[in-house]
Design a protein around this ligand. Structure first.
Ligand code: NAD
Length: 311
Protein backbone atom coordinates (compact mmCIF):
# COMPACT_ATOMS: atom_id res chain seq x y z
CA UNK A 1 0.00 0.00 0.00
CA UNK A 2 1.17 3.55 -0.73
CA UNK A 3 -0.80 5.39 1.90
CA UNK A 4 -1.42 9.10 2.37
CA UNK A 5 -2.47 10.04 5.92
CA UNK A 6 -3.81 13.57 6.27
CA UNK A 7 -3.59 14.71 9.88
CA UNK A 8 -0.73 12.19 10.19
CA UNK A 9 1.04 14.21 12.89
CA UNK A 10 -2.04 14.16 15.08
CA UNK A 11 -3.09 11.73 17.78
CA UNK A 12 -4.92 9.04 15.75
CA UNK A 13 -3.02 9.84 12.52
CA UNK A 14 0.40 9.26 14.05
CA UNK A 15 -0.64 5.87 15.44
CA UNK A 16 -2.03 4.99 12.02
CA UNK A 17 1.32 5.95 10.42
CA UNK A 18 3.12 3.69 12.96
CA UNK A 19 0.77 0.81 12.19
CA UNK A 20 1.06 1.15 8.41
CA UNK A 21 4.86 1.34 8.53
CA UNK A 22 4.99 -1.68 10.86
CA UNK A 23 2.86 -3.57 8.33
CA UNK A 24 5.41 -2.79 5.58
CA UNK A 25 3.55 -0.05 3.71
CA UNK A 26 4.82 3.26 2.35
CA UNK A 27 3.36 6.32 4.06
CA UNK A 28 3.20 10.04 3.35
CA UNK A 29 1.69 12.15 6.16
CA UNK A 30 0.26 15.55 5.29
CA UNK A 31 -0.24 17.86 8.27
CA UNK A 32 -0.20 21.61 8.94
CA UNK A 33 0.87 20.94 12.56
CA UNK A 34 -1.96 23.10 13.92
CA UNK A 35 -2.95 20.64 16.65
CA UNK A 36 -0.60 17.81 15.71
CA UNK A 37 3.15 17.94 16.22
CA UNK A 38 6.27 16.56 14.60
CA UNK A 39 7.34 14.83 17.81
CA UNK A 40 4.39 12.43 17.40
CA UNK A 41 6.29 11.07 14.38
CA UNK A 42 9.85 11.20 15.69
CA UNK A 43 10.02 7.39 15.80
CA UNK A 44 9.50 7.35 12.01
CA UNK A 45 11.95 10.12 11.20
CA UNK A 46 14.52 8.90 8.67
CA UNK A 47 12.52 5.75 7.86
CA UNK A 48 12.95 5.11 4.11
CA UNK A 49 9.23 4.43 3.64
CA UNK A 50 7.98 7.45 5.56
CA UNK A 51 7.69 11.13 4.69
CA UNK A 52 6.03 14.05 6.46
CA UNK A 53 4.79 16.86 4.21
CA UNK A 54 4.01 20.04 6.12
CA UNK A 55 1.07 21.83 4.59
CA UNK A 56 -2.67 22.27 4.62
CA UNK A 57 -5.47 20.19 3.16
CA UNK A 58 -6.87 23.56 2.07
CA UNK A 59 -4.00 23.82 -0.45
CA UNK A 60 -5.61 22.11 -3.44
CA UNK A 61 -2.42 21.89 -5.52
CA UNK A 62 -0.41 20.41 -2.66
CA UNK A 63 -3.15 17.91 -1.83
CA UNK A 64 -3.33 16.75 -5.44
CA UNK A 65 0.43 16.39 -5.54
CA UNK A 66 0.61 14.36 -2.33
CA UNK A 67 -2.35 12.14 -3.20
CA UNK A 68 -0.86 11.46 -6.65
CA UNK A 69 1.88 9.44 -4.94
CA UNK A 70 -0.59 7.15 -3.14
CA UNK A 71 -3.11 4.42 -3.83
CA UNK A 72 -4.91 4.74 -0.47
CA UNK A 73 -5.90 7.90 1.40
CA UNK A 74 -6.81 8.13 5.09
CA UNK A 75 -8.30 11.57 5.66
CA UNK A 76 -8.01 12.53 9.32
CA UNK A 77 -6.96 16.19 9.12
CA UNK A 78 -9.57 18.35 10.81
CA UNK A 79 -10.04 21.25 13.17
CA UNK A 80 -10.86 19.45 16.43
CA UNK A 81 -11.45 20.21 20.08
CA UNK A 82 -14.42 22.03 21.55
CA UNK A 83 -12.41 25.20 22.25
CA UNK A 84 -11.07 25.46 18.69
CA UNK A 85 -14.53 24.95 17.27
CA UNK A 86 -16.38 27.25 19.62
CA UNK A 87 -13.78 30.02 19.31
CA UNK A 88 -13.26 29.78 15.53
CA UNK A 89 -16.37 28.17 14.03
CA UNK A 90 -15.99 29.51 10.50
CA UNK A 91 -12.34 28.55 10.23
CA UNK A 92 -13.20 25.07 11.53
CA UNK A 93 -16.02 24.77 9.02
CA UNK A 94 -13.67 25.72 6.19
CA UNK A 95 -11.00 23.21 7.18
CA UNK A 96 -13.45 20.43 7.86
CA UNK A 97 -15.54 20.92 4.76
CA UNK A 98 -13.27 22.33 2.04
CA UNK A 99 -10.32 20.31 3.26
CA UNK A 100 -12.36 17.13 2.86
CA UNK A 101 -13.59 18.17 -0.59
CA UNK A 102 -9.98 18.72 -1.69
CA UNK A 103 -8.79 15.39 -0.34
CA UNK A 104 -11.72 13.31 -1.62
CA UNK A 105 -11.68 14.99 -5.05
CA UNK A 106 -7.92 14.38 -5.34
CA UNK A 107 -8.42 10.73 -4.33
CA UNK A 108 -11.09 10.31 -6.99
CA UNK A 109 -8.95 12.02 -9.67
CA UNK A 110 -6.02 9.77 -8.77
CA UNK A 111 -8.20 6.63 -8.45
CA UNK A 112 -7.12 6.05 -4.84
CA UNK A 113 -9.41 4.33 -2.35
CA UNK A 114 -10.12 6.50 0.67
CA UNK A 115 -11.34 6.61 4.26
CA UNK A 116 -12.84 9.74 5.82
CA UNK A 117 -12.80 10.18 9.61
CA UNK A 118 -16.16 11.32 10.93
CA UNK A 119 -17.58 11.55 14.42
CA UNK A 120 -20.34 10.41 16.75
CA UNK A 121 -21.41 14.08 16.80
CA UNK A 122 -23.18 13.59 13.46
CA UNK A 123 -25.91 11.81 15.46
CA UNK A 124 -26.71 15.10 17.19
CA UNK A 125 -28.07 15.04 20.71
CA UNK A 126 -29.54 11.66 21.42
CA UNK A 127 -31.37 12.90 24.50
CA UNK A 128 -33.42 15.61 22.76
CA UNK A 129 -36.99 15.87 24.05
CA UNK A 130 -38.58 15.24 20.69
CA UNK A 131 -39.05 17.27 17.57
CA UNK A 132 -40.18 20.85 17.71
CA UNK A 133 -39.96 23.92 15.52
CA UNK A 134 -37.57 25.44 17.99
CA UNK A 135 -35.66 27.74 15.65
CA UNK A 136 -32.29 27.38 17.30
CA UNK A 137 -32.09 23.61 16.96
CA UNK A 138 -30.97 21.77 13.86
CA UNK A 139 -30.43 18.01 13.63
CA UNK A 140 -31.16 17.76 17.33
CA UNK A 141 -28.35 20.10 18.32
CA UNK A 142 -28.42 23.74 19.33
CA UNK A 143 -27.45 26.03 16.49
CA UNK A 144 -24.40 27.27 18.30
CA UNK A 145 -20.84 27.63 17.10
CA UNK A 146 -19.99 24.14 18.31
CA UNK A 147 -22.42 22.76 15.75
CA UNK A 148 -19.99 23.76 12.97
CA UNK A 149 -18.01 20.60 13.71
CA UNK A 150 -20.94 18.18 13.51
CA UNK A 151 -22.38 20.00 10.48
CA UNK A 152 -19.10 19.91 8.56
CA UNK A 153 -18.50 16.25 9.44
CA UNK A 154 -22.03 15.35 8.32
CA UNK A 155 -21.38 17.09 5.00
CA UNK A 156 -17.98 15.38 4.77
CA UNK A 157 -19.81 12.07 4.92
CA UNK A 158 -22.04 13.19 2.06
CA UNK A 159 -19.04 14.28 -0.02
CA UNK A 160 -17.41 10.90 0.62
CA UNK A 161 -20.58 8.91 -0.24
CA UNK A 162 -21.46 10.83 -3.37
CA UNK A 163 -17.95 10.63 -4.81
CA UNK A 164 -17.62 7.01 -3.70
CA UNK A 165 -20.86 6.08 -5.44
CA UNK A 166 -20.09 8.02 -8.62
CA UNK A 167 -16.50 6.85 -8.96
CA UNK A 168 -16.98 3.25 -7.89
CA UNK A 169 -13.88 3.60 -5.69
CA UNK A 170 -13.79 1.84 -2.32
CA UNK A 171 -14.52 4.39 0.37
CA UNK A 172 -15.25 4.08 4.10
CA UNK A 173 -16.47 6.56 6.68
CA UNK A 174 -15.52 5.90 10.29
CA UNK A 175 -17.51 7.54 13.06
CA UNK A 176 -15.20 7.75 16.06
CA UNK A 177 -16.59 7.83 19.59
CA UNK A 178 -14.20 9.41 22.13
CA UNK A 179 -10.96 7.73 21.11
CA UNK A 180 -8.14 7.96 23.63
CA UNK A 181 -4.55 6.82 24.06
CA UNK A 182 -0.94 7.97 24.15
CA UNK A 183 -0.08 11.27 22.39
CA UNK A 184 -3.57 12.69 22.82
CA UNK A 185 -3.25 16.14 24.28
CA UNK A 186 -5.54 17.80 26.80
CA UNK A 187 -4.81 21.25 25.32
CA UNK A 188 -7.90 21.25 23.10
CA UNK A 189 -10.37 20.10 25.71
CA UNK A 190 -10.15 16.27 25.39
CA UNK A 191 -11.28 15.02 28.75
CA UNK A 192 -9.06 12.01 29.49
CA UNK A 193 -5.66 13.65 28.81
CA UNK A 194 -6.86 16.81 30.58
CA UNK A 195 -7.81 14.83 33.70
CA UNK A 196 -4.51 12.91 33.57
CA UNK A 197 -2.48 16.14 33.23
CA UNK A 198 -4.38 17.71 36.14
CA UNK A 199 -3.99 14.61 38.33
CA UNK A 200 -0.26 14.28 37.60
CA UNK A 201 0.39 17.93 38.46
CA UNK A 202 -1.79 17.75 41.59
CA UNK A 203 -4.23 20.40 40.30
CA UNK A 204 -7.96 19.96 40.91
CA UNK A 205 -9.50 17.69 38.29
CA UNK A 206 -12.15 19.90 36.69
CA UNK A 207 -15.45 18.27 35.81
CA UNK A 208 -17.73 20.44 33.66
CA UNK A 209 -21.34 20.39 34.86
CA UNK A 210 -22.52 17.81 37.37
CA UNK A 211 -20.44 15.02 35.91
CA UNK A 212 -23.44 12.74 35.37
CA UNK A 213 -22.96 12.87 31.58
CA UNK A 214 -21.82 9.46 30.38
CA UNK A 215 -19.19 8.57 27.80
CA UNK A 216 -17.60 5.46 26.41
CA UNK A 217 -13.89 5.68 25.59
CA UNK A 218 -12.28 3.63 22.83
CA UNK A 219 -8.59 2.87 22.48
CA UNK A 220 -6.61 4.16 19.52
CA UNK A 221 -4.94 0.72 19.45
CA UNK A 222 -8.29 -0.95 18.72
CA UNK A 223 -9.40 1.65 16.20
CA UNK A 224 -6.30 1.98 14.01
CA UNK A 225 -6.17 -1.62 12.70
CA UNK A 226 -9.96 -1.49 12.28
CA UNK A 227 -9.61 1.46 9.89
CA UNK A 228 -7.28 -0.52 7.64
CA UNK A 229 -9.45 -3.68 7.82
CA UNK A 230 -12.58 -1.73 6.88
CA UNK A 231 -10.93 -0.29 3.79
CA UNK A 232 -9.90 -3.80 2.79
CA UNK A 233 -13.41 -5.23 3.28
CA UNK A 234 -15.69 -4.80 0.25
CA UNK A 235 -18.86 -5.11 2.38
CA UNK A 236 -17.76 -1.99 4.30
CA UNK A 237 -17.37 0.14 1.20
CA UNK A 238 -19.53 3.24 0.92
CA UNK A 239 -20.74 2.80 4.48
CA UNK A 240 -20.39 4.74 7.70
CA UNK A 241 -19.16 2.55 10.55
CA UNK A 242 -19.08 3.36 14.28
CA UNK A 243 -15.77 2.73 16.03
CA UNK A 244 -15.28 3.10 19.76
CA UNK A 245 -15.15 1.26 23.05
CA UNK A 246 -17.61 -0.71 25.18
CA UNK A 247 -17.15 0.52 28.72
CA UNK A 248 -19.47 3.35 29.70
CA UNK A 249 -18.51 5.71 32.52
CA UNK A 250 -19.84 8.95 34.02
CA UNK A 251 -17.45 11.90 33.87
CA UNK A 252 -17.42 12.12 37.69
CA UNK A 253 -16.44 8.45 37.95
CA UNK A 254 -13.82 8.97 35.27
CA UNK A 255 -12.29 11.84 37.28
CA UNK A 256 -12.08 9.64 40.38
CA UNK A 257 -10.65 6.71 38.42
CA UNK A 258 -7.93 8.92 36.94
CA UNK A 259 -7.06 10.21 40.43
CA UNK A 260 -6.92 6.65 41.80
CA UNK A 261 -4.92 5.22 38.89
CA UNK A 262 -2.33 8.01 39.00
CA UNK A 263 -2.11 7.92 42.81
CA UNK A 264 -2.77 11.66 42.80
CA UNK A 265 -3.75 13.92 45.73
CA UNK A 266 -5.94 16.00 43.43
CA UNK A 267 -9.52 16.75 44.35
CA UNK A 268 -12.45 16.98 41.95
CA UNK A 269 -13.77 20.48 41.20
CA UNK A 270 -17.05 21.03 39.38
CA UNK A 271 -17.07 23.92 36.91
CA UNK A 272 -20.32 25.19 35.39
CA UNK A 273 -20.54 24.68 31.63
CA UNK A 274 -20.95 28.43 31.10
CA UNK A 275 -17.58 29.03 32.76
CA UNK A 276 -15.88 26.43 30.60
CA UNK A 277 -17.54 27.05 27.24
CA UNK A 278 -19.61 30.23 27.49
CA UNK A 279 -23.31 30.95 27.79
CA UNK A 280 -25.84 28.49 26.34
CA UNK A 281 -23.52 25.51 25.99
CA UNK A 282 -25.28 22.14 26.05
CA UNK A 283 -23.50 18.84 26.45
CA UNK A 284 -24.73 15.43 25.39
CA UNK A 285 -25.97 13.45 28.36
CA UNK A 286 -24.81 10.16 26.96
CA UNK A 287 -22.70 9.02 24.04
CA UNK A 288 -22.30 5.30 23.56
CA UNK A 289 -21.54 3.54 20.27
CA UNK A 290 -23.28 0.49 18.90
CA UNK A 291 -20.33 -1.22 17.24
CA UNK A 292 -22.21 -4.28 16.00
CA UNK A 293 -21.82 -3.25 12.35
CA UNK A 294 -18.01 -3.16 12.74
CA UNK A 295 -18.23 -6.51 14.54
CA UNK A 296 -20.18 -8.01 11.62
CA UNK A 297 -17.90 -6.52 8.98
CA UNK A 298 -14.44 -7.09 10.47
CA UNK A 299 -14.96 -8.94 13.76
CA UNK A 300 -14.28 -5.68 15.60
CA UNK A 301 -13.97 -6.36 19.31
CA UNK A 302 -12.46 -3.62 21.50
CA UNK A 303 -9.75 -5.24 23.63
CA UNK A 304 -8.52 -2.27 25.65
CA UNK A 305 -10.20 -1.43 28.96
CA UNK A 306 -10.41 2.11 30.28
CA UNK A 307 -8.06 1.44 33.21
CA UNK A 308 -5.41 0.06 30.84
CA UNK A 309 -5.78 3.06 28.54
CA UNK A 310 -5.46 5.56 31.39
CA UNK A 311 -2.65 3.53 33.00
P1 NAD B 1 -5.72 15.64 16.24
O1 NAD B 1 -5.95 17.10 16.46
O2 NAD B 1 -4.64 15.03 17.02
O3 NAD B 1 -5.49 15.35 14.69
C1 NAD B 1 -5.93 16.20 13.66
C2 NAD B 1 -4.70 16.52 12.81
O4 NAD B 1 -5.11 17.30 11.69
C3 NAD B 1 -3.66 17.35 13.57
O5 NAD B 1 -2.39 16.75 13.42
C4 NAD B 1 -3.71 18.72 12.89
O6 NAD B 1 -2.46 19.39 12.94
C5 NAD B 1 -4.14 18.32 11.50
N1 NAD B 1 -4.79 19.41 10.75
C6 NAD B 1 -5.74 20.27 11.19
N2 NAD B 1 -6.07 21.12 10.21
C7 NAD B 1 -5.31 20.78 9.13
C8 NAD B 1 -5.18 21.29 7.82
N3 NAD B 1 -5.91 22.34 7.39
N4 NAD B 1 -4.31 20.69 6.97
C9 NAD B 1 -3.55 19.64 7.37
N5 NAD B 1 -3.61 19.13 8.61
C10 NAD B 1 -4.49 19.69 9.47
O7 NAD B 1 -7.10 14.90 16.52
P2 NAD B 1 -7.48 13.35 16.45
O8 NAD B 1 -8.22 13.06 17.69
O9 NAD B 1 -6.31 12.52 16.09
O10 NAD B 1 -8.54 13.35 15.26
C11 NAD B 1 -8.30 12.74 14.00
C12 NAD B 1 -9.60 12.68 13.22
O11 NAD B 1 -10.54 11.88 13.91
C13 NAD B 1 -10.25 14.05 13.00
O12 NAD B 1 -10.83 14.07 11.71
C14 NAD B 1 -11.34 14.08 14.05
O13 NAD B 1 -12.41 14.91 13.67
C15 NAD B 1 -11.74 12.62 14.10
N6 NAD B 1 -12.35 12.26 15.39
C16 NAD B 1 -11.58 12.03 16.48
C17 NAD B 1 -12.21 11.67 17.67
C18 NAD B 1 -11.42 11.35 18.92
O14 NAD B 1 -12.04 10.90 19.88
N7 NAD B 1 -10.12 11.54 18.97
C19 NAD B 1 -13.60 11.57 17.75
C20 NAD B 1 -14.35 11.84 16.62
C21 NAD B 1 -13.71 12.16 15.43
Amino acid sequence: MKAVVTGGAGFIGSHLCDHLIAEGHQVVALDDLSTGCESNLKQLSGHPDFELVKGSVLDEVLVDDVVAAGDTVFHLAAAVGVHTIVDRPLESLRTNLHGTENVVEAAVRRRARYLVASTSEVYGKNDADGLSEDADRILGSPLKSRWSYAAAKGLDELVAYVHGGASGLPCVITRFFNIVGPRQTGRYGMVVPRFVDQALTGEPVTVYGEGTQRRCFGSVFDVVPAMVSLLETPAAHNRAVNLGGKEEVSISDLAQRVIDLTGSDSTVRHVPYEEAYGEGYEDMRRRMPDTSLAADLIDYEPRWRLDDIVG
